[in-house]
Unconditional design. Structure first.
Length: 67
């Protein structure tokens, strides 16, 4: 028969808590990376929209001057 290692309840809880703590750190780290990526994309969208509005404004001015 295989040998069975018995853990005290305290040690079992410590192991579970340690693995949960590591898992939650990983989730928090992934959330931070995700939030940073989303923030960077939002800033890029704002930049592109501003640039597009600026170009449209200049095109309208140019078209108005060419009439």
């Amino acid at each position: 028969m295989a040998e069975i290692n018995k853990l005290s309840v305290e040690k079992a809880l410590e192991k579970l808590r340690a693995s949960d703590a590591k898992r939650s750190k990983d989730v928090i780290f992934k959330d931070v990376i995700f939030n940073d990526s989303v923030g960077a994309l939002i800033e890029e969208i704002r930049r592109v929209r501003t640039q597009s509005q600026r170009l449209e404004h200049h095109q309208r001015r140019r078209d108005k001057d060419n009439r």
